[in-house]
Design a protein around this ligand. Structure first.
Ligand SMILES: NC(=O)C1=CN([C@@H]2O[C@H](COP(=O)(O)OP(=O)(O)OC[C@H]3O[C@@H](n4cnc5c(N)ncnc54)[C@H](O)[C@@H]3O)[C@@H](O)[C@H]2O)C=CC1
Ligand SMILES: O=C(CO)COP(=O)(O)O
Length: 336
């Protein structure tokens, strides 16, 4: 919708013929965006080759679980080099790859001009109503990043750039873990103090891990860190919050996921983040408790008790040694 409002012809690839017909013919997408009339210059098609033929930019927004299935198909059908802008939020378990890394792995170099990430506090339900929204684009390729900013920016969708692709992708992925936790807390009947605690200490552990992975700590204070954390932990639009809420109310994970029928990225990312924490020796107590609730059947009330009973500690850590190099690199890049 943002791109169509900016005057571009947008062609959507969908697997379901009835959805392609609905989007192209009726200009609606009732299942995902009820009540929204789509702009005239959006069409949809089930044939990927027809959708990508001749385009120079592809916006990739399928759930992270589908990346290893969708990208090889795309690679096979691409005729010319494209820029891929992705907006999917997650980390792949086991490989522990970010989505931009998976794209670079699955799409041959000859087909790939650049990879850009678009991330930030941006529930589709509100963007489609043209409510003021701010996001960040990031890429290893500075020009591609600025081109993506130009493509998307308009008077209701403000786009910033940030050269720290690691921080942008890690923040966007890991906030979903904390949003599941915030939902559980609300589902258990705990109040605002508990949710503020989860969000603040959650950001502390995201920043700790991000630092080990090479992110700039300041990215976590921005739109793709605290910004997306706030929107996902406090909004009933959030699938992760809603899944957490149902778990807090006593529902089983399988039952919750099949009932939602939509991507709940935080579940897989909890597994991936636990593996990352172990690999890099980073303390992530909230992620670790959530892992036990989701995958080891731990009672959420016991998880909260165990978090509250941890050894006493200080709030602010000295991360100077971890972050000094990243801050110097960032400052060099900004001065270039
Ligand atoms: N919904 C939102 O407001 C936002 C979502 N995101 C991210 O976008 C990604 C997608 O999320 P949603 O659109 O919310 O999920 P969703 O579950 O609402 O929609 C996913 C769509 O992808 C399709 N899909 C699933 N597997 C596929 C496959 N193997 N091949 C082709 N299509 C497939 C589904 O049929 C569905 O149309 C996630 O990574 C999410 O974190 C990011 C920002 C905002
Ligand atoms: O990332 C999002 C908003 O920025 C959407 O979050 P959910 O996937 O929890 O709905």
């Amino acid at each position: 919708i943002v791109l169509a409002d900016n005057g571009y012809n947008v062609s959507v690839w969908t697997r379901r013929p009835e959805q392609a017909l609905e989007i192209t013919g009726q200009k609606t997408n009732k299942k995902y965006l009820p009540g929204i009339n789509l702009p005239e210059n959006i069409t949809a098609n089930t044939k990927m080759e027809d959708v990508i033929n001749g385009v120079d930019t592809i916006v990739l927004v399928t759930p992270t679980l589908s990346m290893r299935e969708v990208l090889p198909k795309l690679n096979e059908k691409l005729q010319n080099p494209v820029t891929i802008i992705h907006a999917s939020k997650g980390i792949e378990p086991d490989s522990l790859k970010r989505i931009s890394e998976i794209i670079e792995e699955e799409v041959e170099e000859k087909h790939l001009k650049s990879v850009v990430v678009l991330s930030g506090p941006s529930h589709a339900e509100e963007v489609s109503l043209r409510q003021p929204t701010t996001v960040t684009v990031s890429s290893k390729d500075k020009q591609a990043c600025e081109d993506a900013q130009d493509l998307f920016i308009n008077n209701y969708f403000r786009v910033y750039t940030n050269q720290d692709i690691i921080g942008v992708e890690i923040g966007g992925a890991l906030k979903n873990i904390i949003a599941l936790g915030a939902g559980i807390s609300d589902g258990l009947g705990h109040g605002d103090n508990s949710k503020a605690a989860l969000m603040t200490r959650g950001l502390a552990e995201i920043t700790r891990l991000g630092g080990q992975l090479g992110a700039n700590p300041l990215t976590f204070a921005g739109l793709t860190g605290i910004g997306d954390l706030i929107v996902t932990c406090t909004s009933t639009h959030s699938r992760n919050w809603r899944a957490g809420y149902a778990i807090g109310q006593g529902k089983k994970l399988d039952e919750v996921l099949s009932g939602m029928g939509m991507a709940v990225e935080g579940v897989r990312t909890t597994l991936a983040a636990s593996q990352l924490a172990e690999r890099y020796g980073v303390s992530m107590p909230i992620t670790s408790e959530l892992y036990k609730v989701l995958f080891k059947n731990k009672n959420p009330k016991h998880a909260v008790d165990d978090l509250m009973k941890r050894d006493r500690t200080h709030e602010v850590e000295d991360l100077t040694s971890v972050f000094a190099t990243q801050l110097m690199d960032q400052s060099k890049e900004n001065n270039q």
